[in-house]
Design a protein around this ligand. Structure first.
Ligand code: MG
Length: 380
């Protein structure tokens, strides 16, 4: 039995991870953590019988404890609770699928406890890649990417020589507003931005896909995961999400991973790596597919992507500013407090106002996040 714990078990990646657990029957779930979906968490506890479950507030923890008094499960709360789930002694793989920088400390704790990391939490590498990657190397812990593009790159690198990697071709669907210009995006409403053509994901990441900020975060994430510069990463728009990403070697050979858009493939690959397991579901039929088209990304309209390249190139605390400003701006857009086009405007303003810290500590990263939030609250 493989023993895992999942941070963010009620979200999109978390629930799909549990579907794999249900199908494969040889994974034991020792720990779960979620923010506040107590009803779903209770169901998950009853089905998967974890030992420890963390929720964010003590109030919610109490609510959950009252529901599961008949079970032998420990319910904990806060960052301390999250850390406890991250280092459960017999656990082998920690699936980090929380949203936000809240994932940094648990990831660090898990690496130090020599747990493999199945990483679906972009913000951890975007903001603290300079801390996480050397630490993982020091402790000999693999960071297994769960994001579909990064999994595709990781898969394409299997059997290749790392030093022969020339370039990463990060594919993007272009989102629901591909082909539109800035003035056509002025009146975009929350409902329009929440319609993604190919992938079913959480609300925040769906908005991020529509602005291409998600691709920007992935560029910075890829830089850390695969030890390349952002200028070795090229974003290629491929609207149907058939090619999940590619690598180009020094001799010009391009290796890609293709498949139908199904997040279960990258999740399962990370859980069983290097083993491949049968996965039910729709397969690619190349005779029906007939064509795969490519475009250059429009970094003028979707200039959040351009700002991400800038943040990734500069490094330091600037990627934290990029990420935190976007996170808060997207929340404000979802709450209908700002217009759609204000999202990249807010990111850019916060980046211009920031004095970059070159090798920020975790404390400095979190302090930078707080400062960005305060700035946004006082201005928008
Ligand atoms: Mg992705």
């Amino acid at each position: 039995m493989k023993k895992i714990a999942i941070l963010g078990s009620t979200g999109s990646i978390g629930t799909q991870t549990l579907e794999i657990v249900r199908e494969q029957k040889d994974i034991e779930v020792l720990g779960l953590a979620a923010a506040n979906n107590i009803a779903l968490l209770e169901k998950q506890i009853r089905e998967f019988m974890p030992k420890i479950v963390a929720v964010w507030t003590e109030e919610k923890a109490k609510e959950l404890r009252d529901k599961v008094t008949d079970l032998n499960v420990k319910v904990v709360s806060g960052m301390e609770g999250l850390l406890e789930v991250s280092v459960i002694p017999e656990m082998e793989i920690l699936v980090t699928a929380v949203v936000g920088m809240i994932g940094i400390r648990p990831t660090i704790a898990a690496i130090k406890a020599k747990k493999k990391i199945a990483l679906a939490n972009k913000e951890t590498l975007v903001t603290a890649g300079h801390i996480i990657m050397p630490l993982a190397k020091e402790y000999g812990v693999p960071i297994l990417p769960v994001d579909s593009e990064h999994s595709a790159i990781f898969q394409s690198l299997q059997g290749g020589q790392e030093k022969a990697l020339h370039k990463i071709l990060l594919t993007a669907s272009g989102g629901p507003f591909r082909g539109r210009k800035r003035k056509e995006l002025q009146n975009i409403q929350v409902e329009d931005a929440l319609k993604h053509p190919n992938w079913e994901m959480g609300r925040k990441i769906t908005i991020d896909s529509s602005t291409m900020v998600n691709k920007g975060l992935e560029v910075i994430e890829a830089k850390w995961l695969f030890d390349v510069t952002v200028d070795q990463i090229q974003v290629v728009v491929q609207p149907k999400s058939i090619i999940h990403s590619m690598v180009e070697y020094v001799d010009g050979a391009v290796i890609a991973q293709l498949g139908t858009p199904d997040m279960k493939l990258p999740i399962q690959y990370a859980l069983y790596y290097p083993e491949r397991r049968y996965l039910p579901g729709e397969r690619l039929d190349f005779c029906k597919l007939t064509e795969i088209t490519f475009e250059e990304p429009d970094m003028e309209t979707f200039y959040g992507l351009r700002l991400a390249f800038e943040a990734g190139r500069e490094g330091g605390s600037l990627p934290t500013v990029f990420n935190a400003a976007n996170e808060r701006a997207v929340q404000k857009f979802l709450d209908r407090k700002i217009r759609y086009l204000e999202i990249p405007e807010i990111i850019e303003t916060c980046m211009r106002n920031h004095e970059n810290i070159l090798h920020p500590s975790v404390e400095e990263i979190l302090e930078t996040e707080r400062e960005v939030y305060e700035q946004i609250e006082s201005r928008w």
